[in-house]
Design a binder for this molecule. Structure first.
Ligand code: NDP
Length: 332
């Protein structure tokens, strides 16, 4: 079996050379352990941060050790009375074709609720991030204008749809015409603008005739400068991610327009999903309910093959994904 290790701490944008595929033996499992076959891997922008040797809310990946992330797997062998062969589980596991894991470190996935891949997306980390960040910090009210950047991605697409459910005027920002069309035609956003267009700022201003009450920020940088410039009185800026800066060798400057917060009595608050760990069940239940009622839609971009994992990860920084980016490793 193979695992993917971090070979270097990338300077700037990572490349294929920063990942090593290494053969390893599958160890025998002990009491309360499971042998797991990887079905799907999640690649996520936050993993770029873990490739740096810096103090953060999660420890850095170790060099020449397997990268870990969200994995959906099938139980092949179980020495735990909580799991049986054939069960599907979800956990933070090695980027490997097979894992041996403690039974208590994974959660069972019920395939009757929704397709299992939703546990790595809309009913998992990215859906919950959208749910808690928007509702607890953004607090969108009926008729308010909610702007979300990274709008066609895993988190952003859920943010916009929940904001619509709350009766807001929703404006998405994304990086291609196809994504703009998807947001408006498929997800029901009121407007969407392409930040790569030359006339982005003018187009954006047209899309927000009543200013911005909530800004859910997934990207940071110049896109966010443009949005924050337009915030209304008592606006809420939710700092979720800053993908535009993740590959910058130097720390990004900013926030660059503090005076806007002063003159509008607005607030800006960051968060990580772990802040809401005590409430995951509530969030997952409500998201699951909306999904079953057809009130939420989701998209997945799935590349096939374990060896394509680095490529799928690097694609996040080029915007090659619509919705959640996953890697399919094996069939159940
Ligand atoms: P996405 O599915 O949104 O994928 C990343 C997207 O970012 C790409 O599709 C691309 O879309 C966009 N992007 C890439 N580079 C740039 C750039 N330079 N400027 C603007 N947009 C860019 O990923 P996720 O939904 O998983 O994550 C979205 C954000 O949320 C990330 O910043 C991530 O770190 C953060 N996050 C935070 C969490 C938390 O707990 N705070 C938890 C999970 C995620 P496009 O084509 O539009 O450019």
């Amino acid at each position: 079996t193979k695992e993917i290790q971090l070979a270097n701490r990338p300077e700037g944008t990572p490349t294929d050379k920063d990942f090593n595929f290494v053969e390893k033996e599958i160890p025998a499992i002990g009491t309360d352990e499971l042998l797991l076959k990887t079905l799907y891997l999640s690649v996520d922008p936050y993993m770029r941060g873990r490739m740096k040797d810096q103090k953060s809310y999660v420890a850095p990946f170790e060099l020449n050790k397997a990268i870990t992330g969200g994995v959906l797997a099938e139980v092949i062998e179980s020495k735990s009375d909580k799991f049986k062969q054939g069960d599907i589980v979800n956990g933070t596991l090695d980027w490997a074709q097979y894992n041996v894991a403690a039974a208590k470190s994974v959660q069972k996935v019920d395939p009757s609720i929704a397709p299992i891949t939703t546990r790595l997306g809309i009913l998992g980390l990215t859906g919950l991030t959208a749910y808690f960040g928007l509702l607890d910090i953004g607090k969108p009210q009926q008729g308010e204008t909610v702007v979300v950047s990274g709008a066609a991605g895993a988190v952003g697409s859920v943010v916009g749809q929940i904001a619509k459910l709350k009766g807001a005027h929703v404006v998405g920002i994304a990086g291609s015409q196809d994504k703009i069309d998807y947001l408006i035609n498929e997800l029901g956003f009121d407007a969407a603008v392409n930040y790569k267009d030359d006339n982005f700022k003018e187009a954006f201003k047209k899309a927000i005739p009543n200013g911005v009450d909530v800004y859910f920020d997934n990207v940071g940088g110049e896109v966010s400068d443009a949005v924050i410039f337009e915030i209304n009185r008592n606006a809420r800026v939710v700092l979720c991610g800053a993908i535009s800066a993740y590959n910058n060798p130097q720390a990004d400057i900013g926030p660059r327009i503090q005076w806007k917060f002063i003159t509008t009595s607005s607030m800006m608050k960051g968060f990580t999903l772990g802040d809401y760990a005590h409430d995951f069940k509530t969030g997952a239940q409500e998201l699951g309910k909306w999904l079953q009622e057809g009130k939420l839609k989701y998209e997945e971009t799935i590349v096939e093959g374990f060896e394509k994992t680095p490529e799928a990860f690097l694609g996040l920084f080029e915007g090659s994904n619509l919705g959640k980016q996953l890697v399919k490793v094996a069939d159940p």
